[in-house]
Design a binder for this molecule. Structure first.
Ligand code: HEC
Ligand code: HEC
Ligand code: HEC
Ligand code: HEC
Length: 161
């Protein structure tokens, strides 16, 4: 008798808690597919950038950064591409201006020596692990006038380092 009550209770609770579309296609909510398809796209692709930034795309393709995606450094550019496409204007609204981080810290995200990082990023040209910035060579590069450390991009073109 108790057993029957427990089972009835279980079925009742299960009926209330399991979402309607569960199991429609498999062991998940069927509606999840539609919900995911409805999500706005934030990223474009590097190939899309080539249409308007041909020179930069060309520079990048022949340099050490060829394997990096444009949006990896500039952030999601879906809106930037759509808007530029539709208006063909040279003046972009502030919200469409992409980030352009030219600080030393930014390059260091990938190039700083980091003992904890697994060495999976291989250099396609020299077949070695991605080069880390050498302390001795790079941490003493001061601007003669301001006496501040020089930014990486004063010597390296981020698109063709
Ligand atoms: C390693 C990071 C990195 C990657 C990858 C990268 N950029 Fe940049 N980009 C920068 C930085 C940093 C600047 C700012 C340079 C400066 O201030 O002089 C910049 C500047 C720009 C500018 C502004 C104009 C200019 O020449 O300074 C454009 C446009 C641009 N990038 C487009 C692209 C496109 C298109 C791609 C892909 C083909 C790309 N970037 C890939 C880091 C990157
Ligand atoms: C349909 C044309 C078009 C496409 C496609 C396009 N851009 Fe732009 N982009 C522009 C215009 C116009 C500007 C503003 C004028 C300029 O700086 O050349 C600009 C400026 C930039 C800048 C300078 C900072 C800013 O936002 O003003 C960056 C960085 C940039 N684009 C990156 C990208 C990346 C990355 C892609 C590909 C995902 C891309 N663009 C695709 C038209 C385009
Ligand atoms: C998202 C990670 C990433 C960021 C951010 C990044 N790099 Fe790189 N960089 C790489 C990778 C990966 C390579 C090696 C690519 C290859 O050759 O296969 C590389 C290669 C280089 C090289 C060539 C090294 C050699 O072997 O001689 C230089 C120089 C360089 N980057 C400078 C910079 C500078 C300056 C910045 C900042 C504007 C920067 N990188 C930002 C990932 C990154
Ligand atoms: C004053 C100019 C200058 C500045 C500033 C500078 N570099 Fe370099 N960097 C060089 C030169 C020159 C080389 C080539 C050295 C060689 O081949 O022996 C180099 C080489 C590299 C290499 C290849 C590995 C190596 O040590 O040979 C990487 C990666 C690199 N730089 C990243 C950076 C990053 C990241 C920054 C900013 C934190 C930066 N550089 C700032 C001039 C500079």
């Amino acid at each position: 008798m108790t057993f029957a009550v427990v089972i009835a209770l279980f079925l009742g609770v299960r009926y209330l808690l399991v979402p309607k579309s569960f199991g429609e296609y498999g062991h998940y909510r069927g509606l999840a597919l539609a919900e995911n398809a409805d999500r706005p796209l934030h990223y474009s692709t590097s190939a899309n950038c080539a249409r308007c930034h041909e020179d930069i795309f060309g520079d990048k393709s022949k340099g050490h950064h060829a394997g990096l995606s444009c949006e990896g450094c500039h952030g999601p550019a879906g809106k930037h591409v759509l808007f530029s496409d539709s208006t063909h204007t040279i003046k972009l609204a502030d919200s469409l201006i992409l980030k352009r981080d030219s600080t030393r810290q930014f390059c260091a995200v990938c190039h700083e020596k980091n003992a904890a990082r697994i060495k999976i990023l291989f250099d396609t040209i020299n077949k070695s692990v991605v080069k880390v910035v050498e302390e001795k060579k790079h941490n003493h590069l001061f601007d003669k006038e301001t006496h501040k450390l020089l930014n990486c991009i004063e010597c390296h073109n981020p698109h063709d380092p």
